[in-house]
Design a protein around this ligand. Structure first.
Ligand SMILES: [Zn+2]
Length: 178
């Protein structure tokens, strides 16, 4: 902790940003559970929510380098990795904000972006919060419906990832979910 707590603040802030995606990732997980019946673990969901809420409540102390609070940040980051291992996939850690960040990091639609991972995740989160708000309004107005657009997405994936020869590997990795 004496090393971690003295890290340049930009790195710490990036770690915090990487963690704040939990709100959308966990919502995605719940929505998928409701719509598709995907496995959902209330215990892990609760652990994740508690960890991220705790970090959010001590942001000022983390900024000042308080070791006890930095330890809580590290716990939350480690828990995220462990929880993925327990569930067997990355659903609870990666929402839309991570998908766009990973897309940028794979440089299939852009040149290299000189920013830390958490910074890119934050930009993705800002981009998608508006979409989540619209989805919420649609659900609340009882106008929400599921549209099967697998054919469109397959063509989009082929076009996007095919440019770098990644399409076949992505298909193999994701199996029939594509
Ligand atoms: Zn991340």
């Amino acid at each position: 902790m004496n090393i971690f707590s003295k890290a340049p603040y930009r790195l710490t802030a990036s770690g915090i940003s990487d963690l704040m995606d939990k709100y959308t990732a966990l919502v995605d997980w719940k929505i998928s559970h409701i719509i598709t019946g995907e496995y959902f673990c209330p215990t892990i969901h609760k652990l994740e929510m508690e960890a991220v809420t705790e970090v959010e409540s001590i942001l000022d102390n983390i900024k000042s380098g308080n070791e006890e609070c930095m330890e809580k940040l590290m716990y939350a980051l480690l828990l995220s990795g462990l929880a993925m291992q327990m569930i067997g996939n990355s659903r609870l850690a990666f929402g839309a904000e991570h998908h766009i960040s990973h897309l940028w990091e794979m440089t299939v639609i852009n040149e290299h972006i000189d920013a830390l991972h958490g910074e890119k995740v934050s930009v993705g989160l800002i981009m998608y919060l508006d979409k989540y708000e619209k989805i919420l309004q649609t659900i609340e107005s009882d106008k929400c419906k599921v549209i099967d657009n697998a054919e469109f997405e397959t063509a989009l994936l082929k076009d996007t990832f095919g440019r770098k020869g990644l399409y076949e590997g992505i298909l193999a990795e994701n199996g029939e979910s594509l």
